[in-house]
Design a protein. Structure first.
Length: 224
C-alpha cells in the first residue's frame, strides 16, 4: 500500500475511534442545552417555593431534586453518541415535571398573597363604651352592616352596664371595605336599640383608642 493510501486509512481509523469514544458536536450541544434548561427550571421552582409560607411542595421538590442529581453529575467526556437520545429525553421530561410544579407553586403563591391582602383589610379597633342612655344594659354587640356580621355580647357572664358606667378594653372587628356599623344594645327590660357608629378615619383607626358614648336612643351615639 502506498504511503498516501496508508495515511488516508489512518485518518479514517482515527475518525472512527473518536466517533465511537466521544460525542459529536451536535450531540454535545443537545446534551448541554437540555441540562442547562433542566438546571434553570430546577432553580426557578426552588426559588419560587422559598417564597411560600406553606411547605406543600417540599416533598415534590425533594423527589425531583433526587432525580436531577444524575444529570447534574454527568461527565460528557465519558458519554457515547448512542446514549444521547435517551439522556436528552429523560432530562426534557424532568424539566417538564419541574415546569408543571412551578405552575402549581405560582398558583399557591398567588393564593397566599391574596389571603394576606385580604387579612390586612380586617382590623380591630380598641374602644371604651360609656353608657349614658339612662338605662341599665344587659347586652352590647357590634354589627358590621356592610358585611352583615355581629359579635357576641361584650357583657358576658350575665353582667350588666348601668347608666353612667364605662366598659373599657372593647375591640370592634372592622373590615376596611365596609362603611356602615352600629351597636346593638339591649337593656334589662328587654328593649333593643341600634346605635349607628361612624368612625372618623378607618385607615388610621387601628392605631387609636376611641370612646363611644351611648346617649338615649333619640340622641344616638357619639364617638371621639
Amino acid at each position: 500500500m502506498s504511503k498516501k493510501g496508508l495515511y488516508i486509512l489512518t485518518v479514517m481509523l482515527c475518525s472512527l475511534m473518536l466517533s465511537a469514544c466521544g460525542l459529536s458536536e451536535e450531540n454535545l450541544s443537545k446534551l448541554t442545552e437540555s441540562r442547562d434548561a433542566l438546571l434553570v427550571q430546577k432553580e426557578l421552582a426552588e426559588n419560587l417555593n422559598g417564597n411560600l409560607v406553606s411547605d406543600t411542595f417540599e416533598d415534590d421538590l425533594k423527589q425531583l431534586s433526587s432525580q436531577s442529581e444524575e444529570f447534574s453529575a454527568l461527565n460528557f467526556e465519558k458519554l457515547k453518541n448512542k446514549e444521547v437520545e435517551d439522556l436528552v429525553s429523560r432530562m426534557d421530561s424532568l424539566t417538564g415535571s419541574y415546569q408543571e410544579l412551578t405552575d402549581k407553586i405560582s398558583e399557591e403563591l398567588k393564593a397566599e398573597e391574596n389571603t394576606t391582602k385580604e387579612s390586612e383589610k380586617h382590623i380591630e379597633i380598641l374602644c371604651q363604651i360609656e353608657n349614658a342612655s339612662g338605662s341599665e344594659l344587659s347586652s352590647i354587640c357590634f354589627k358590621d352592616n356592610s358585611a352583615n356580621t355581629v359579635t357576641a355580647n361584650y357583657l358576658a357572664n350575665e353582667t350588666t352596664l348601668p347608666s353612667g358606667r364605662i366598659l373599657a378594653g372593647v375591640t370592634f372587628p372592622v373590615y376596611l371595605g365596609s362603611n356602615s356599623f352600629c351597636l346593638i344594645v339591649t337593656d334589662t327590660l328587654e328593649n333593643e336599640y341600634e346605635y349607628a357608629v361612624d368612625f372618623p378615619d378607618l385607615s388610621e383607626a387601628a392605631d387609636k383608642e376611641f370612646k363611644v358614648k351611648l346617649g338615649t336612643p333619640e340622641e344616638g351615639a357619639s364617638i371621639n
